[in-house]
Ligand binder design. Structure first.
Ligand code: FAD
Length: 422
């Protein structure tokens, strides 16, 4: 496979771009693998990559029912940050952010990680206090965090709605400068390419339709491309987790699948050089500008359970109201596209990377609407779990039994009620 370098770009430029090779093989499934990861999103591909890279595991396949990145990995608003504070989450997301910081070099593939800064708007004195507590914890645990005064915010992002009569008056902002965005499909392709280079078979158009078991052990996976025998299996299917869990005959999970929509406008001249977020009084809104100029934004979940992947008009209205309330200059901008993905909402807003009731089945799920930033970290810790058959101490409480032990890793302060995660 071509190693990307300045020399290669020059050489192939002079050669009419004819020297480039395919970035990963189009594999036929073998009859048997040591490890199969189900799901070809960022998490599944990162897991396969780190299994091969960090643990020198071999004979691995990733099975994807559609195309790589056709799920949430290719549908999200790409916000990357590590401003989490709960034990375990703090270390996990900081580790993931550090992996992002070196990912383009690690994979020899430009994932277009842009550390443009993540700016959370603050609308009341109590919100400033709460943000100060959260951001102090981040600083004390080795991350970066700042609180900006209103004067500083106005200077840096002058065109927000600072009017005293604004629906959501702005008093300041909590900022993580190392946070930012990345190009979603590039990350998926980068991990696919990296995993393939280390011998992982990546198999698209291969849906797992049933699971063969002997007592508490999986022996094989029935797929649309035949039966595959396997020693260890990892589920990394985000919004489809509950479906696959049912196929495995494992009953209920503390996860609900909900739609989350995203939006992009026509391209504009440079307008916003940060990720801007606000959530107050039932609103929730986040926006950034893509490298092509489109304003990319999103809001709340749809309030009903669904596995659909298309948008709807009530959420267009809701999110457009949020957009113009905070950036009135967007009022006459045309919406280009909107779409949806299926989010795996856990009951406390935190993830699961854990063993399961089946001895050789491992679970990676419950990413709510924050799993893109987690991608490299989730792959790293999930690979560590599968390779060593025990959880790393950072994810020791991120298992399915934590609720039985009275542990809610509650980032949103919303309690174990998925309706409140919005
Ligand atoms: P996916 O990409 O969904 O991968 C799972 C794959 O499994 C899919 O490709 C699917 O086809 C495959 N699959 C399912 N069932 C089977 C089967 N039976 N056999 C074979 N394959 C199967 N996170 C952030 O951090 N920042 C954000 O700004 C952000 N914004 C978001 C905005 C939207 C609109 C959405 C929907 C999500 C957002 N997220 C965000 C969340 C993030 O996208 C997800 O948490 C993360 O991408 C999930 O992991 P994944 O990429 O591996 O999942």
């Amino acid at each position: 496979m071509t190693h990307f370098s300045a020399w290669n770009i020059l050489k192939n430029g002079l050669n009419n771009q004819k020297g480039w090779e395919r970035q990963w093989r189009d594999c036929e499934p073998k009859t048997k693998y040591d490890i199969i990861i189900i799901g070809g999103g960022i998490h599944g591909l990162a897991t396969a990559y780190y299994l091969a890279q960090n643990h020198k595991m071999k004979n691995i396949a990733v099975l994807e029912k559609g195309w790589l990145g056709g799920g949430n990995a290719g549908r999200n608003t790409t916000i990357i940050r590590s401003n989490y504070v709960q034990p375990g989450n703090r270390q996990f997301y900081e580790h993931s952010l550090k992996l992002w910081e070196n990912l383009s070099h690690e994979l020899n593939y430009n994932v277009m990680f842009s550390q443009r800064g993540h700016v959370t708007l603050l609308h009341s004195p109590s919100a400033i206090d709460a943000a100060a507590r959260r951001y102090n914890i981040m600083r004390l645990t080795g991350s970066d965090a700042e609180i900006w005064s209103l004067a500083k915010l106005k200077k840096i992002i002058p065109h927000l709605n600072y009017s005293a009569n604004a629906r959501f008056p702005i008093l300041g902002a909590a900022v993580q400068k190392r946070a930012g965005t990345a190009r979603h499909d590039a990350v998926v392709w980068g991990f696919a390419r990296g995993a393939d280079q280390k011998g992982v078979d990546i198999i698209q158009n291969c849906e797992v339709t049933s699971i063969e078991r002997e007592r508490d052990q999986i022996t094989g996976l029935k797929t649309t491309r035949g039966l595959i025998k396997v020693k260890k299996v990892g589920f990394s299917v985000a919004g489809s987790t509950t479906l696959l869990w049912n196929i495995a005959g494992l009953g209920e999970l503390p996860i609900e699948s909900h739609k989350l929509q995203a939006f992009v406008t026509e391209p504009l001249k440079p307008l916003l050089n940060h990720v801007v977020v606000f959530g107050v009084g039932g609103t929730h809104f986040y926006i950034s500008q893509s490298d092509k100029g489109g304003m990319v934004f999103g809001g709340d979940l749809d309030w009903y359970k669904s596995y659909a992947q298309r948008g709807n008009l009530p959420i267009v209205q809701d999110v457009a109201e949020c957009a113009v309330s905070i950036l009135p200059c967007l009022g006459r901008v045309r919406l280009l596209r909107h779409w949806s993905g299926t989010c795996d909402m856990s009951m406390d807003g935190s993830h699961f990377i854990c063993k399961t009731p089946l001895k050789n089945l491992y679970l990676n799920a419950g990413w709510n609407y924050g799993g893109f930033k987690a991608g490299p970290g989730a792959g790293w810790y999930f690979a560590d779990l599968i390779a060593n058959d025990r959880p790393h101490k950072v994810i020791a409480n991120h298992d399915l039994n934590r609720f039985d032990r009275g542990i809610n890793i509650d980032e949103r302060g919303a309690g174990p009620d998925p309706k409140l995660h919005g």
